[in-house]
Ligand binder design. Structure first.
Ligand code: C5P
Length: 415
């Protein structure tokens, strides 16, 4: 046994919930791998899981009796199920069947496993495994999206041969990969110290907004949302309670982050207002500046002779400026982003003042390898009386640096 004492999972108490699928046998291997990483593992099984593997096998590997039902008075006497839910530092459901995902998504608590998942405050991860048609069914897709939006980590599934002889996405991720994914989500951020933002609430906006013209067209921009998601990840790792208001992007919800999906600038403003009060506001979204004056309920047609089309647009609310001018939102620090193509420092400082911000983060767009869709970026932060350069680095590293700066500025000038 190769004990990895320096794994982020070392000393973690992990509750493994096993669902009723053929891949349940791989959960045995998962227990071994988690223990090899230094974790303390207890196992709870659904009734279906017990059709595939025995509680005794899990007991032998984990060193604890496997829990199988809510109604076992001897087991409850030893450790009540609510106590077990509190015991866990992390909960992983593997394999998570389509049925189990549906029950988790909708908050059912009709057996031991779903009750534990509802009762725990520990971060939840799921490793789905099922037939590929069930995985692609809109009901499952929606349930997984719902779980993701609540910060649940979704690990896999893999693509490949399935038990019933078909092939496609639906294989349980390999135990080794599940352990690596759990370790990745548990690892403290490289730069931002854990606890830097402990006890603070941070609202982050990310991504573009789409302003609908008609049922098939919209005005949007090229923001990928990666920087805002990295900032949310970093802030959560630094101990903050994070609400991430996300425009339309295809990105996983960072672990432990509460995500609110929006489409338009107007919806983003409403979601931000609903998330306040907070201690820190970080506006990383690329909010559209203009929106159609009126949405056309029918598709706008090409007019017979016209070679041009004039759109009647009106300004969107400046969410950042509105937030910064609010006295009742409890904010100690308001941070804006500025994407500029030239005169970066001048424009950024102008915005800092005009929008009454405490900090602005400027980056030059249009430089190859940085900016909107890239994983890397380079940026400079400005505040009244100071600035800091962040040389080119992956966005998550830059986000760690920004979180450190936010913590510094909070200490320096309480609003
Ligand atoms: O003025 P500009 O759009 O360049 O400012 C960018 C900053 O302002 C970003 O932090 C962005 O999130 C925010 N913003 C906003 N609402 C708008 C436009 C920009 O919150 N309507």
């Amino acid at each position: 046994m190769s004990v990895t004492a320096n794994s982020p999972l070392a000393g973690q108490r992990i509750l493994l919930c096993v669902g009723g699928g053929i891949a349940a046998y791989k959960a045995l291997e998962l227990v071994r791998r988690l223990r090899d990483a230094g974790a303390d593992v207890q196992v709870a099984m659904t009734a279906g899981a017990q059709q595939f593997v025995t509680p005794l096998s899990f007991q032998a590997l984990s060193g604890y009796p496997a829990r199988t039902t809510l109604w076992d008075s001897a087991a409850e006497q030893a450790m009540g199920h609510l106590e077990l839910a509190r015991w866990a530092d992390r909960v992983i459901v593997a394999p998570a069947t389509a049925d189990l995902l549906a029950r988790l998504a909708h908050g059912l608590a009709d057996d031991l496993v779903t009750t534990l998942c509802l009762a725990t405050e520990a971060p939840l991860a799921v490793a789905p495994a099922m037939n590929h048609r069930m995985w692609k069914h809109p009901a499952t897709v929606a349930n997984v999206e719902l779980l993701r939006s609540r910060g649940v980590q979704v690990i896999g599934p893999d693509d490949g041969p399935l038990a019933e002889g078909e092939s496609g996405p639906g294989r349980l991720a390999e135990p080794e990969a599940i352990v690596a994914a759990l370790a990745g989500a548990t690892a403290p951020a490289a730069g931002a110290g854990p606890g830097l933002l402990q006890g603070l609430k941070v609202v982050v906006t990310a991504g573009p907004t789409y302003e609908d013209l008609d049922p098939v067209r919209y005005l949007g921009n090229r923001s990928s949302g990666k920087m805002g998601f990295a900032v949310a990840t970093s802030a959560a790792r630094a101990g903050a309670e994070v609400v991430l208001v996300a425009g339309p992007v295809q990105l996983d919800t960072p672990p432990g982050v509460q995500r609110v999906n929006v489409r338009s600038a107007a919806q983003m403003r409403d979601a931000v207002n609903a998330a306040l009060p907070a201690d820190v506001y970080i506006g990383a979204a690329a909010v559209a500046d203009y929106t159609p004056r009126a949405f056309s309920p029918n598709k706008i047609k090409k007019t017979g002779t016209g070679e041009t089309l004039a759109l009647d647009l009106v300004r969107t609310p400046d969410i950042l400026a509105e937030v910064a001018s609010r006295e009742d939102a409890g904010l100690k620090l308001v941070v804006g982003f500025a994407a500029e193509t030239n005169n970066v420092a001048d424009y950024a400082r102008q915005k800092l003042e005009a929008k009454r911000l405490d900090l602005i983060v400027a980056n030059r767009v249009g430089v190859p390898g940085t900016g909107f869709e890239s994983d890397d970026n380079a940026m400079t932060a400005y505040w009244p009386g100071g600035e800091r350069d962040f040389p080119p680095a992956p966005k998550l590293r830059l986000a760690d640096g920004l979180v450190e700066l936010v913590a510094e500025r909070l200490r320096a000038d309480a609003r």
